[in-house]
Design a protein around this ligand. Structure first.
Ligand code: NAP
Ligand code: 8YV
Length: 319
């Protein structure tokens, strides 16, 4: 022990983060998605945590001197912010630095889903092209109306990227925005009824939990395309699979799932679904930028008691 503040770090966190943290702090590694396994001595000396995904009361309650939880990712639905707030612990996340990457990925997922790029490449790689032309993609982006469920930092970047594709754009959020000209719908069902393409980019919360359900898919319709890049918890995944199997909707492109990394076999068997392993922000430059924000929040906290990006549930002095 060096007398430096001790930081608990999930063992699968980006190496870039660990390298930077090691120069300033003592590191105590912990297994992610496993019950806490830490000595009482280490638990007592830990003052910060660099984590991602789940970090619940089972961790917070055994770290008596924890001051900051720095989450790698803008969505921090796995962190028990209520438990942190009760203890006066600040939680930080990594907003803004990934907006463009996720928006770019979303357009890629949308186009891959509509043009069935995966099927076309498989057609070539399997040698079928030597025998016959690749089957036509049944759908096109041309003439579509795209609804955004969520129009925040990332949703707005997605909308801006959609404009050159000459599609109509609409959205549903809890409060209407006065800085955009897109059609607003006060409910998700009304939005789904009005569009043929739905992009989910809302946080995982109690309100959004399984909000994209069978009624929404029915309203989206048989020419419907569903793109999921927010949280899998916002989607009734059984209803989605059934909608794809029965032709209630035409296709889906999914970057997030209800029980990651587990994906239902019924979904894996479908040829009208594009499935990505939660990679919308997964490029080296963007993940390094996210990682820098994780580290800089911790460095600032111990240097001057301020942070760059506190979450709303645990307000703290900002740099
Ligand atoms: P943000 O700026 O906070 O935007 C969230 C948007 O969702 C806002 O427009 C908000 O508007 C809307 N919203 C929230 N709750 C709602 C509800 N119950 N009903 C309708 N609309 C609701 O967040 P962001 O930075 O854009 O990120 C959004 C989410 O994307 C993150 O929380 C994360 O879960 C996910 N994400 C996924 C990836 C990936 O790799 N796939 C990467 C980054 C982020 P109102 O407050 O007006 O309702
Ligand atoms: C990351 C994300 O994959 O930022 C988010 O909310 O979903 C992605 O950028 C994830 O948070 C890292 O676990």
């Amino acid at each position: 022990m060096t007398g430096k503040p001790a930081i608990l770090v999930y063992d699968t966190l980006l190496a870039h983060i660990v390298r930077r943290l090691e120069t300033h702090f003592d590191i105590v590694f912990a297994k992610r998605n496993a019950p806490p396994a830490i000595s009482p001595e280490d638990a007592a000396r830990i003052r910060g945590a660099a984590i991602y995904g789940r970090f619940g009361a089972e961790w917070i309650d055994i770290l008596p001197n924890l001051e900051i939880i720095s989450h790698f990712g803008v969505g921090y639905d796995g962190v028990d912010c209520a438990a942190a707030a009760r203890r006066g612990i600040v939680v930080t996340n990594t907003p803004e630095v990934l907006n463009d990457e996720v928006a770019d990925s979303t357009l890629g997922l949308l186009l891959s889903t509509i043009h069935r790029s995966f099927a076309a490449e498989n057609w070539l790689r399997s040698g079928n092209w030597l025998k016959s032309a690749c089957p036509l993609a049944p759908l096109s982006l041309k003439g579509r109306t795209v609804g955004l469920y969520g129009l925040g930092r990332i949703g707005l970047e997605i909308a801006h990227r959609l404009e050159p594709f000459k599609v109509k754009i609409a959205y549903h959020t809890r409060s209407v925005r006065d800085d955009v000209g897109y059609d607003y719908y006060p409910s998700l069902l009304e939005l789904a009824t009005a569009v043929d393409t739905l992009i989910c980019i809302v946080p995982g919360t109690a309100d959004t939990h399984k909000s994209v359900n069978a009624a929404v898919f029915s309203a989206l319709g048989s020419n419907g395309v569903f793109i999921s890049v927010g949280r899998g918890s916002s989607v009734d995944e059984d209803a989605l699979v059934t909608a794809l199997e029965t032709g209630t909707i035409a296709a889906a492109g999914l970057d997030v799932f209800y029980d990651e990394p587990n994906v239902p076999e019924r979904l894996m068997a479908l040829d009208n679904a594009v499935l990505w392993p939660h990679v919308a922000s997964a490029t080296v430059p963007t993940r390094n930028a996210m990682g820098d924000l994780v580290v800089d929040n911790i460095i600032h906290w111990f240097a001057d008691g301020k942070v760059l990006t506190p979450v709303p549930e645990t307000p703290a002095p900002k740099v």
